[in-house]
Design a protein around this ligand. Sequence first.
Ligand SMILES: [Zn+2]
Ligand SMILES: [Zn+2]
Length: 339
Amino acid sequence: MDLVIARPEGLYCPPGDFYIDPWRAVERSVITHGHGDHARTGNSHYLAAEPGAGILRARLGQDINLQTLAYGETLKHHGVTLSFHPAGHVLGSAQVRLEYEGEVWVASGDYKVEPDGTCAPFEPVRCHTFITESTFGLPIYRWQPQAEIFAEINHWWRTNQQQGKASVLFCYAFGKAQRILHGIDSTLGPIVAHGSVEPLNRVYRDAGIFIPPTLYAGDIKKTDPLLRQALILAPPSAGGSTWMRRFGDYSDAFASGWMRLRGPRRRRGVDRGFVLSDHADWPGLLWAIEQTGAERVMVTHGSVGTLVRYLCDKGLDAQGFATEYGDEEEATVEVEPAP
Ligand SMILES: [Zn+2]
Ligand SMILES: [Zn+2]
């Protein structure tokens, strides 16, 4: 019996009668993490890993009907034993383990295998069937160690300071921004956070994650020389907006796994691209899948076909799973054409 099937509302567990990260409003939802394509409003009941509670409430509303479990804690519902296990993607992100009549399934949600200090590191979970994401499921995606990327960002920031330019770094507001703040050398100069980034910084700080002090852009005068020394973190949607005008002369950059490709980098028109992803790269996906010991693998997100073919060639029972999950790293930066 399949413990998870695709339904129009989302991934559904028939014996448990609940949905995992449904894309339409349902009665009972199990949420892997707070990104918008996985955690949506309107569900009557939410179940999630405890470290993600602050994020879910910040994004979906303080009044959602939310029940939480610590990582590894089990809950039995209609004969299905459910537990959450760290996915290493963003604060509170979890894989969902389901066990029913001796059969074990794990739905990964989004995951990353390199620990980054801003959330519990990915833990492989043994299972018969593994539902994996494959956002970057092509052999060309191989991440450099994040320490090298942070060194590049520090160097770019320092170079801009020497030239008297502000450093505007576009990145997704939840997860990526906090990982950057945690990883860069915050002693280099002042850090300014966009209004959509700051509330999430607060949730991370409340969870005991080190996020350096940040200034609110609205509190700084346009003429303040401090801005020329600052690193500014903003969501891609802020690019080209009037919000950007206050920074005067600036260099801009975008941090995303998609910066691995030359095409998208050019299209976005930013000065620099930093290849930093909160998803597993190709070797990471293969390692994670192997660690589960699963004989059957269902692939969601991204390059489904390539990964499915690769796994089938290795003798696994692999197939694509149609979902409506998007990709939070794909958001385009709106950038004004260069003068
Ligand atoms: Zn995600
Ligand atoms: Zn996703």
